[in-house]
Each structure stands twice: as structure tokens, then as C-alpha cells.
Design a protein around this ligand. Structure first.
Ligand code: HEM
Length: 141
């Protein structure tokens, strides 16, 4: 291996991403708007999916795509009411999680810039919750 280490490796690999997602979901668990969107019965699965996705995105193992296929993140978020309030809450919990990692300024800025842009791209409604097909928490499947 002569390649330069990936961003994934530079910031500490699997343990770093597990910590990021753990701190993030601790915030989500206490959030009255976000918590109802997530599957009570499968929070371990939700942890795993976000960890695998972020690891793959930053040059770690490609387990996410092996298990879940193409990410298609905007499409996968369509069932949820992602309005600016939900986005800002998601970002606030992610901010706390990134801070907990105590990365170098350049790594911190690189990671945060991506998360901030991705969260803005995930917004799929400007309607108040309660209106439209994606209203409320998880859809009844
Ligand atoms: C902007 C606010 C956001 C909200 C409210 C939100 C909410 C959710 C919810 C409720 C789920 C379902 C949990 C599960 O069962 O896996 C989910 C899944 C997921 N989210 Fe988000 N999300 C947001 C932004 C993002 C962003 C910015 C990313 C990526 C950087 C992301 C990555 C993912 C991934 C990878 C999954 C699992 C997809 C799958 O394979 O099924 N989300 N999100």
C-alpha cells in the first residue's frame, strides 16, 4: 500500500466513527422532534447504517454498499419530514458529536463542511409537520 492514508484512517478509523455516531444518537434520543422518526425497535440498526455509510464515504470499508446498495440518501429520507427545523436539530446533535472527537482543525472543518452541506441537501419539505405525505414520524408500513 503506497497510497496516502484515507481521511477515514487519518481521523482514527472505525473507533472514531462509532464514537461520532454514538454521541449523535444520544442527542437524537433526547430530541422530541427527531426521536419519533427513528425506529424504536431498531436503533442498533440505525446506528450501524449511519456508521457504515460515513465510514464508506470517507474511504473506509465499503460495507454500507455491500449491505444496502447505492446510498440514494435523498430518496431514503423521503418518508421523513425533513424540514429546516429537523435539519437544524440533526446538525446540532452532529455538532456535539464532532466536538466530542477533538479532531485537528483541518479534519474538523473537512468533516463538518460535508455534514453541513449534506444536511442542507436532505431537506425535503418546507411545510409545517402534519401536512403532506411525509407528515409525522415514521410511516405506517
Ligand atoms: C437533515 C436531517 C436528517 C434527518 C431528520 C434524518 C433522519 C433519518 C432517519 C429518520 C433515518 C431512518 C433511520 C434508520 O432506520 O436507519 C435516517 C437514515 C439515514 N440517514 Fe438520515 N437524516 C438526516 C440527515 C442525514 C444526513 C446529512 C446524512 C448523511 C450525511 C444521513 C444519513 C443517513 C443514512 C446513511 C441513513 C440510513 C439509510 C439506509 O441505508 O436505510 N442523514 N435518517
Amino acid at each position: 500500500m503506497t497510497d496516502a492514508p484515507s481521511f477515514y484512517e487519518q481521523i482514527g478509523g472505525h473507533d472514531t466513527f462509532v464514537r461520532l455516531v454514538d454521541v449523535f444518537y444520544a442527542g437524537v434520543a433526547a430530541d422530541p422532534v427527531l426521536k419519533p422518526m427513528y425506529p424504536d425497535e431498531d436503533m442498533a440498526g440505525a446506528h450501524e447504517r449511519l456508521t457504515m455509510f460515513l465510514e464508506q464515504y470517507w474511504g473506509g470499508p465499503s460495507t454500507y454498499s455491500e449491505q444496502r446498495g447505492h446510498p440514494r440518501l435523498r430518496m431514503r429520507h423521503m418518508p421523513f419530514h425533513v424540514d429546516p427545523d429537523a435539519r437544524d436539530r440533526w446538525l446540532a446533535h452532529m455538532r456535539a458529536a464532532v466536538d466530542a472527537l477533538q479532531l485537528s482543525p483541518i479534519h474538523e472543518a473537512t468533516l463538518w463542511d460535508y455534514l453541513d452541506r449534506a444536511a442542507h441537501a436532505m431537506v425535503n419539505t418546507f411545510e409545517p409537520s402534519g401536512i403532506g405525505p411525509a407528515a409525522g414520524g415514521r410511516p405506517a408500513l
